[in-house]
Write a protein that binds this ligand. Sequence first.
Ligand code: NAP
Length: 309
Amino acid sequence: MKRVQFNHYGGAHEMYMGEYQLPQLKRDEVQVRVKAAAINPLDWKQRQGSMKLLMGSAFPKGIGSDFSGIVEAVGKDVSNIKVGDDVFGTMDVKKPGAFAEVLVTASRYVTKKPSHLSFTEAACLPIPVQTAWAAMYLKARVSDNSRILINGCTGAVGSMAVQLALAKGARVAGTCSQASMLNARLAGVDPVFNYADDEYRHSIEPFDVIFDTAGTLDVGNGLSMLKPKGVFIDINPTPKRMIRGLLSRRYKLVFATMATQHLPEIAALAAQGVLKSVIGLEAPFSDAVATITAVEKGQRVQGRVVLSL
Ligand SMILES: NC(=O)c1ccc[n+]([C@@H]2O[C@H](COP(=O)([O-])OP(=O)(O)OC[C@H]3O[C@@H](n4cnc5c(N)ncnc54)[C@H](OP(=O)(O)O)[C@@H]3O)[C@@H](O)[C@H]2O)c1
């Protein structure tokens, strides 16, 4: 089997397309023939070593988390999925490896793909929607009374947070680059601010929720834009911010893993057309290393970059 893997934590040059042996299937695991795998910033952060305490030092390691595909085998205890199902899902953060011809992951990270969703569309859902779900529904508990600011409202996580918040009737403001402003407005964000022009902060009414997907808002500035009981939600942890998140009632860090159990509800919302991904580029799996490297180095497209097999 082929997959993108690496033998040392480090830069993009550490990745190569290599052969690997599938692990023995455990009782709660499924084996999936991958049809599409979406690229997330998590992929290169894991390879760079930012999670090496969790991931350990046994090499080679795979890379990639979000995928869709067809189930080839299931462990003895698996009841939610059967052989032949079209599925989508994600990998354990400790064991990435979705940029592969075939992968093995725990069945709790996988759900059935809605039939009218393409494999490419389904592969874009898990990490961005789980993260947005954890922020909007689990932490902020948004409702039709909520007034929200999403910093980075057209990114993978931001655009999903916009859709989840609008689905609850919330009013959503957002920031993005000049190039993304039209797309943000078309998605229902109002007002839209250019993040390059910081002045917007001084001229707006306070918010119930600020969701910083980009990790670029100063926490103090964010808190000053909130109503007294408002909450600032961050998804880009640093050691200092982790401690602040534990101590503060108004500043919270969230993680995609907080919403893993909501994957079936996410599939249902996608089936209803409530959640839609914008696909920017589909690249063949044979170009995986070059494609991941280009996205990591900042080559931008409007929408998600997906590897197809
Ligand atoms: N905690 C978790 O579990 C978790 C889960 C998922 C992601 N993350 C992290 O969250 C971040 C975003 O992930 P993503 O997948 O959404 O990435 P993405 O698709 O690349 O989106 C990034 C967004 O940030 C915007 N942006 C760039 N510079 C900005 C600035 N100075 N001010 C405001 N917005 C700015 C971009 O806008 P333009 O494109 O218009 O420039 C884009 O909308 C990454 O660092 C990722 O590692 C964490």
